[in-house]
Design a protein around this ligand. Sequence first.
Ligand code: NDP
Length: 314
Amino acid sequence: MENEKVKCLIIGSGPAGYTAAIYAARANLNPVLYTGMMFGGQLTTTTDVENFPGYPEGVTGTVLMEDIRTQAEKFGADIRFGTVSDVDFSERPFKITIDGDKIVIAEAVIIATGAEAKYLPLPSVHQFRGSGVSACATCDGFFYRGKDVAVVGGGDTACEEATYLAGLCRKVYLIVRKNHLRASKIMQHKVVATQNIDVLYEHNTKELYGSPLGLEGAKLLYKMGTPEEKEVDIKIDGFFLAIGHHPNTDVFKKYIQTDENGYITTFGKSTRTNVPGVFAAGDVMDPNYRQGIVAAASGCKAAIDLERFLVETE
Ligand code: NDP
């Protein structure tokens, strides 16, 4: 199998990975970055981004990621299309297999593989992605000011997003499949105390409908699969999914410590993992903020941590 030695390997091409590449390249570490399948990460699946500093007129997620990538390449980052299929972090230098047919031997590694929001497996949900369907209220809620929207889920994220949207929208339906919320008590109280949130317990989404201009409503099933099953129609402009995320850590789990939800554990305020020389940045280690700018900052931290590590160990 082909072998290549590198000083700094970055895995992932979202804001965390690309920003780490900018910093590592400017520190003369000649970083090599493998993009993974989703070139540019989660932001490329959204339309307009209005909250990333530096773009007062807003920017599309795709252009934003191309800009950060161009900036990294300008300083010499070597950005390649490829997916990590296996790792051996048992000793330094680390061995990372790319697409099953090439091994990169790296002195230090930054994992920035992100997390994926879970979507309901309905064709109409995918049809309206970016034109009514979103998995991030903080990112997209602003586009639905004064309108009616729905949030799906009964956990902390769903309650947090519903409460956030209630401050912007006219009405928020919270669609919960069970007859109770799973969220922490404090979040449940917030939801119940918010007048313009209508919790629809024991409701499942059957399908979304609308026109090429956007979403118009959702058909729900109350008490799905029971004799009392009933179809319920709600008119909404936005449909927010909050049914969990899946951090992309499966390939690292043999060596890298994660929490019970699969997010990489980092130590103190650093991006250090349990394996010295392996760092983690962005959504792959952050279940709380899930914002591009936070991921970018985290990528910056990882590159600085990595550089210091190499200086200390050389
Ligand atoms: P959770 O896994 O906690 O909750 C997911 C919710 O989505 C559940 O209510 C689940 O229903 C529902 N769900 C899953 N699949 C479907 C489906 N196919 N159709 C309808 N509903 C579905 O995810 P969260 O993102 O809410 O939270 C993840 C972790 O992050 C948790 O530990 C949470 O406490 C934490 N968190 C903490 C926050 C804070 O402290 N501020 C903020 C946000 C998250 P069911 O209950 O029926 O399984």
